[in-house]
Ligand binder design. Structure first.
Ligand SMILES: [Zn+2]
Length: 739
């Protein structure tokens, strides 16, 4: 059954040197071959990290049309098939028939990273059959550094078996497969002593002999792909029992350095399961494991998550981190997206984990903060000419993809909840997850389920928010009131509010905060996709002032002047100017300049940041300015700062005063932004450290603090972060006298 011992390395190299064929004839054979529907894999795999070797046997069970003469599978071009044997079906009461060795050919197009194996079938085959594959090869593609420094992406590898670790994912193509297959798996994986394998499903057996450990895993739910990792882990586990009586094994697989963080991760996992099982239904797997990876990653696989060492060290247990990966257990790993047909998975996961968690834990400030980041992210990173519909989002490449596919998409679920009400919304979420368990779903399915559960047609909603691009631009129009006298002699106030839309028109609900004598109330206004809507509200107190959506609960585009000043205002502005206000060329501030220049090296000249010295040419009149201020030069920038920040920010020797509060001492550094006086919508941002040491600690991570108006650091640690209150859209109520 098993491959006794993998072939020596020399043999493998010889085999791999035989090139895969690509002849016209073979290509015809590939297009004529049927695509099987895979039911199950039964794998036995030997992994040898020291030599990058993989030797495997896979019994693949599948269905195919009876008339098919040949079938095609995909496999990594690094792997060489030794034999494919058709297992004879065992018929009760009849003698065993012999197995049949089949012929096959390998087809590989020159520029493709896939090898197609075309297998010739006997004439009288069954509709369901099992092929027994033997194959082997080297998986040696050490992860490369991420290409985008400021944008966190996992390092890139097509799969690796090495002494630093084993990582085999669907991209590795490490077993014979077909596109869009959904299969169950059983796998016996053998690794050297002291190594531990982690894969999907449940470990049912583990045995050691003199030089290998063998573990058997069963994945009984159908899954798109099987990911397997191995390393020298320290394992810890505990049992979770839910209020639904479900039992789940929680585990950590960490390197010795981080082993003492195991309990923190196990407790956080339990906390998220406690919260999300009531919302999403039974947890779809038998275990959840947090597994340390040997390269930077944040990947959610069915029943485990793979995190880089750096992330684990940084206590990656927050809702947007570990919570997000756990929600992916249901959303994405149990209900799948349909490849190439729109990625709704990230929007719903982001809504449930990154946003709704704060509502669940009654943290209204953090919930507001998340809505703010969603709206600001979309407003600054997605310019109207680069916008595209949520339905077109497939994966994150740039900031704008994140703003559309994660943030706007998440916000649309918030709007949907508002539109159909909490009860229908949460019932639809639960129904959707249970009905589509182990199945693919697209936006159309989501529309169907939410329409059915809310008993109304949501066609307009999905057309407007998912299929079309854009966001509303709203402003408060005329606001007036008059009163009548009721039967009881009390005044009845009639408040008329007008809201205007510019550009593309949207149908939506908008909250209005009404400040009255003695009280404040929020009422909702339905906009009908016209350029002006009005509504009359009956109030028992005299209205004084009306504010349009002060809590940022509706999705809309905010103009740059409507945003508070922050570093991201600088980052996304044109033109940008950096002012070097430091004398020491070895200052860490110089590294910030070097990094900006390096990152923009491929940009057209006209879009590049202009770097000037403080006493050089006058600043360009337009655009945003980043001042890198050394300890010795505060007075040189005082006039620029004064002009834009007024009395809010004052630099002095040994410290800075912000909003009336003094921050001083050698470890103090600050990042502060003000609206640029000469240019509405642009900003002046200052990075300043009392000493070079104080600023050295934050220079590298500067751009992570882009959404704040000011951040105070003490020894590199954030001690305060604030947003200058953005200008809100409000109007005083005009009182009309009725003749
Ligand atoms: Zn995600």
């Amino acid at each position: 059954m098993f491959i006794g011992k993998p072939l020596p390395l020399s043999n493998i190299i010889v085999l791999l040197l035989i090139p895969a064929v690509f002849l016209g004839q073979e290509s015809v054979a590939l297009s004529a071959a049927a695509r099987p529907t895979i039911i199950s894999h039964n794998l036995t795999v030997d992994l040898i990290p020291a030599t990058h070797e993989l030797a495997a046997q896979d019994q693949v069970e599948f269905e195919l049309p009876r008339h098919a003469a040949s079938i095609a599978f995909t496999l990594s071009p690094n792997l060489r098939v030794q034999s494919i044997v058709l297992k004879a079906p065992s018929v009760p009461g009849q003698p065993m028939r012999p197995d049949t060795v089949l012929t096959f050919s390998s087809v590989q197009h020159p520029h493709q990273r896939t090898q197609h194996i075309v297998v010739t079938l006997p004439l009288d085959h069954e509709e369901r059959m099992t092929l027994d594959w033997s194959y082997l090869g080297l998986m040696n593609d050490p992860p490369k550094e991420p290409r985008h420094l400021r944008f966190v992406t996992p390092s890139e590898t097509a799969g690796h078996i090495g002494l630093e670790g084993v990582y085999l994912s669907s991209e590795s193509q490490w077993y014979p497969d077909t596109e869009r297959s959904l299969s169950t798996y059983r796998i016996v994986a053998r690794v050297p002593l002291e190594w531990t394998v982690v894969t999907q499903g449940r470990k049912v057996r583990e045995e050691k002999n003199e030089d290998r450990v063998s573990s058997t895993w069963v994945v009984k739910d159908r899954s798109e792909a099987l990911t397997l990792v191995a390393n020298k882990f320290i394992t810890k586990s505990k049992e979770w029992k839910g209020s639904n009586d479900q039992q789940v094994e929680l585990a950590t697989y960490f390197f010795p350095d981080n082993a003492d963080l195991a309990d923190e991760y196990l407790d956080a996992t339990a906390k998220y399961l406690d919260a999300y099982v009531p919302i999403l239904g039974d947890y779809p797997f038998e275990k959840f494991a947090v597994v340390e990876n040997f390269f930077a990653s944040g990947l959610g696989m069915p029943s485990f998550t793979l995190l880089g060492s750096g992330s684990i060290k940084r206590h990656y247990v927050q809702p947007y981190a570990l919570g997000h990966e756990i929600v992916h257990s249901w959303i994405g790993n149990s209900v799948f997206k349909v490849a190439g047909r729109g990625n709704w998975v990230e929007g719903l996961t982001t809504y449930l984990a990154n946003y709704y968690w704060h509502e669940l834990s009654h943290d209204t400030r953090q919930a507001y903060e998340q809505r703010r980041l969603m709206l600001y992210g979309y407003s600054v990173y997605v310019t109207p000419d680069q916008d595209y519909p949520v339905a077109q989002f497939l994966r994150k490449r740039e900031k704008k993809d994140d703003a559309i596919g994660y943030q706007k998409s998440a916000f649309v679920f918030h709007l949907l909840r508002r539109e159909i009400g909490d009860e229908s919304f949460w019932r639809a979420v639960k129904t959707f997850v249970s009905q589509y368990r182990n199945r693919p779903a697209d936006w159309g399915v989501i529309e169907t389920v939410f329409s059915r559960e809310s008993h109304r047609s949501l066609r307009w909603f999905f057309e407007q928010w998912i299929e079309q691009s854009g966001a509303p631009t709203l402003s408060l129009g005329d606001v007036s009131a008059h009163y009548t006298v009721g039967d009881d002699g009390q005044n009845i106030w009639h408040l008329t509010v007008r809201i205007q839309q510019a550009g593309k028109l949207f149908r939506m609900l908008v909250p209005i905060r009404i400040t009255m004598e003695e009280t404040t109330e929020t009422r909702w206004m339905a906009l009908s996709a016209s350029s002006e809507d009005f509504a009359e509200f009956i109030l028992s107190h005299r209205p004084l002032q009306v504010e349009l959506d002060p809590e940022l609960t509706t999705f809309r585009r905010l103009a740059r002047v409507q945003l508070p000043p922050m570093l991201n205002g600088y980052v996304t502005d044109q033109p940008r100017t950096v002012v070097q206000a430091f004398a020491d060329p070895t200052s860490p501030l110089q590294q910030v300049v070097d990094r900006i220049v390096d990152q923009e090296s491929r940009m057209p000249e006209s879009r590049k940041t202009k770097v000037v010295t403080v006493d050089g040419v006058p600043l360009p009149r337009g655009g945003s300015v980043l001042i890198l201020l050394g300890a010795e030069d505060q007075r040189t920038v005082q006039s620029i700062v004064q002009e834009s920040c007024g009395d809010l920010v004052k630099f002095g020797t040994g410290g800075v005063q912000i909003d009336g509060q003094m921050y001083d001492g050698p470890a103090m550094a600050v990042l502060v932004s003000c609206r640029r006086a000469s240019t509405p919508g642009s900003v002046v941002t200052v990075l300043y450290g009392v000493t070079p040491q104080a600023v050295a600690k934050i220079a590298r991570l500067l751009f992570y603090y882009g959404w704040q108006s000011y951040v105070i650091f003490d020894g590199g640690v954030v001690v305060k972060r604030e947003v200058w209150q953005p200008p809100s859209d409000w109007k005083e109520v005009r009182i009309d006298t009725i003749q």
